[in-house]
Design a protein around this ligand. Structure first.
Ligand code: FAD
Length: 285
């Protein structure tokens, strides 16, 4: 068993920030992630205070390197289960190993499932983040692929700035209501077309729908099954935390995209720092 003060799950901006603050507070955290999270899909980050313009993957790798400079172990593995033991501490089971922590930080992000037909147009009309890119399509015609709560969240963001939106369920049943004025298309999408940029999609019956941009909001939130197994309170889309970023389970904290709100790097970093401060108080009790 690998013993640490805190097991942080997720090495995106929230998990890394939490780890660095905990280390500075004199604790011994480990950070476990399975991939680079949302940043892996971010073509370019331009809105982060003081940071040079760089791709999401580059930013994520810089964060991981920084944590390692603080001598924090950063492990690539997939967490499969978390269990509380008799001492109210936690065992985190991963594919390759098990970790023990007095407290847990869930910085799991939100899973944005890839839509492989769209891969040639990522950053050229296809986006996985309404908050980040919606602004660029203000007076344009956009599509949004998805059928559930995550789609509804992104639609809410887009509808505030874009008048012409079509929701494409891609053959799936619509599981949420969409507001009046938003168009619905339930056909399967066969192809994305365009030259330099996305111009539209071709449906199963070979008809074309012209659009300037397509947002993808498939699937649900990562970590929901992990969290629900532990008995953590969830609302429809997010893990619920109190003002100290603690969940309803003593010793389990959460922050970043997984608790909802503004889905941006700056907020994830801030959540990680504040949660670390709360965890430090919790561990000193
Ligand atoms: C296309 C796109 C463009 C974006 N552009 C911008 C932008 O320009 N500016 C901006 O500020 N933000 C942008 N964002 C949003 C930003 O990337 C996120 O808000 C931020 O990364 C959230 O940080 P996080 O640490 O909460 O989660 P993430 O960065 O998503 O990290 C989640 C971590 O949890 C890990 N994880 C999840 N489940 C498990 C498991 N079972 N086991 C182990 N590890 C697990 C993942 O591997 C990952 O390491 C963009 C997002 C997307 C998708």
């Amino acid at each position: 068993m690998n013993n640490y003060d805190v097991v942080i799950i997720g090495y995106g901006p929230c998990g890394i920030s939490c780890g660095i603050y905990l280390k500075r507070y004199g604790f011994n955290p480990v950070i476990i992630g399975k991939d680079l999270g949302a940043l892996e899909k971010a073509h370019m980050i331009e809105n982060l205070y003081g940071a040079e313009k760089l791709s999401g993957s580059e930013l994520a790798k810089k964060g991981i390197a920084q944590a390692k400079e603080f001598d924090i172990p950063v492990i690539t593995d997939e967490v499969l289960d978390i269990e509380m033991d008799d001492d109210m501490e936690f065992n985190v089971s991963c594919k390759n190993d098990t970790y023990h922590g007095k407290a847990i930080m869930l910085a799991l992000g939100k899973s944005r499932n890839k839509f492989y037909l769209a891969k040639d147009f990522e950053g050229k009309g296809v986006s996985y983040c309404a908050t980040c890119d919606g602004f660029f399509y203000r007076k344009k015609k956009v599509g949004l692929i998805g059928n559930g709560l995550f789609m509804a969240h992104e639609l809410d963001v887009l509808a505030k700035m874009i008048p012409d939106i079509t929701v494409f369920t891609n053959g799936l049943k619509l599981e949420v209501e969409i507001p009046e004025g938003v168009k619905l298309n339930t056909s399967k999408i066969k192809e994305f077309y365009g030259n330099e940029k996305l111009e539209g999609v071709i449906l199963d019956d070979d008809s074309k729908v012209e659009i300037d941009g397509m947002f993808i909001a498939l699937g649900s939130q990562s970590g929901f099954s992990l969290a629900s197994h532990l008995g953590i309170e969830l609302n429809e889309t997010d893990i619920v935390v109190d003002k100290d970023f603690m969940t309803n389970i003593n010793g389990v904290f959460a922050g970043g995209d997984v608790i909802g709100g503004l889905l941006q790097v700056s907020k994830a970093i801030s959540d990680g720092a504040i949660a670390a401060t709360s965890i430090s108080k919790y561990l000193k009790k």
